[in-house]
Write a protein that binds this ligand. Structure first.
Ligand code: DGY
Length: 334
């Protein structure tokens, strides 16, 4: 395609990403990058999308039906993340806009963080660090900072896609027994047993969530599920905050039914400083950093750019969240 055609295309990138990926995009289009740490406010996003051919969005950008309706040239929303719950997929599909995402490359980094949260809550690592910094380490104590064993315990995985399976591999390396929630699409892996939800909740010492946020999974862990959990269980969430009913989580922590929680995601994000969850010493909260390794974020950015370039060449993105979409024609070709 002639360079002039390329440069007429406008791409809005809603936050600075890996420079090498951005360079590739700049070679193919006129690129505007929203500056600063914070996402573009909704009105700015709308204005930027009014004449954009593509947007490279973050999971913090809400791209709903009304944003889509105000973006008549848009042909691809390329989300930097595997989750696409910030985008109205149906509205995008109806409008002929492909939605790209970045699965695969963040699997291992996210499982690393999930396992890190499991270790941190089990062995009270964050709490112990606060103990030392507060000058409370006075001696070795036979009853000081006692936590739960990770080895020989049972991990229950809710969601057994790529990240759930990567978590299972880590757990097996630590000598854990692994259960996962039975689902028709779950791949079997040797050494892990598919079980029902009540059995998983009753038998797991650690429960880790790896499902996307959909109307079906919203609040799938609520009062009933906490009541079915083994007393003293620890809950890990690196998926989406709203998969857990947080009021029910607070109640389960208050009653002592849960021994702790490791949360990389909350509802809402960021969590309010006055949120009751932050008052529990046995709760560890990280700021949604599951995929935040240097290499992983560079790989995610590369795929997000590839997804846009594919649409500019008339193809669907390789990683497409709405594969049934019929791409709308480019405005300059109409
Ligand atoms: C995702 O990819 O959906 C994560 O939540 C952010 O990396």
């Amino acid at each position: 395609m002639p360079r002039s055609t390329h440069l007429r295309r406008k791409v809005f990138v809603t936050r600075a990403i890996d420079p090498a990926a951005l360079e590739r995009l700049r070679a193919a289009a006129a690129v505007a990058v929203w500056p600063g740490e914070m996402p573009p406010p909704a009105p700015k996003l709308r204005t930027a999308l009014a004449d954009a051919d593509a947007v490279l969005s973050m999971i913090t950008d809400k791209i709903d039906a009304s944003v889509i309706a105000g973006a008549p040239r848009l042909r691809v929303i390329s989300n930097l993340g595997v989750g696409v719950d910030n985008i109205d997929l149906e509205a995008a599909t109806r409008a002929g806009i492909a939605v790209g995402h970045t699965p695969g490359v963040l699997t291992e980094a996210t499982a690393d963080l999930a396992f890190g949260l499991l270790m941190t809550t089990a062995r009270r690592i964050a709490e112990a660090d606060r103990h030392v910094r507060a000058g409370r380490w006075r001696t070795w104590g036979p009853m000081t900072m006692l936590g739960c064993d990770v080895h020989s315990s049972t991990l229950g995985l809710i969601g057994f896609g790529a990240i759930g399976q990567a978590m299972a591999r880590r757990a097996m390396g630590f000598g854990m027994r692994v259960l996962y929630l039975k689902h028709p699409s779950s791949k079997r892996i040797a050494g892990a047993a598919a079980v029902s939800l009540p059995r998983l909740l009753a038998e797991s010492d650690f429960i880790s969530l790896h499902v996307p946020l959909t109307p079906k999974t919203r609040h799938m862990i609520s009062v009933r599920e906490f009541a079915l959990m083994k007393p003293g269980a620890i809950l890990i969430n690196t998926a989406r905050g709203a998969v857990i009913d947080q009021r029910a989580l607070v109640a389960a922590l208050k009653s002592g039914r849960l021994a702790g929680a490791g949360l990389d995601v909350t509802d809402p994000e960021p969590i309010a400083l006055r949120d009751p969850l932050l008052r529990f010493n046995n709760v560890v909260v990280t700021p949604h950093i599951g995929s935040a390794s240097i290499a992983t974020r560079a790989n995610m950015a590369a795929i997000a750019v590839d997804n846009i370039l594919a649409v500019f060449s008339g193809r669907l993105p390789r990683c497409c969240a709405n594969k049934k979409v019929r791409l709308r024609p480019p405005k300059d070709a109409a």
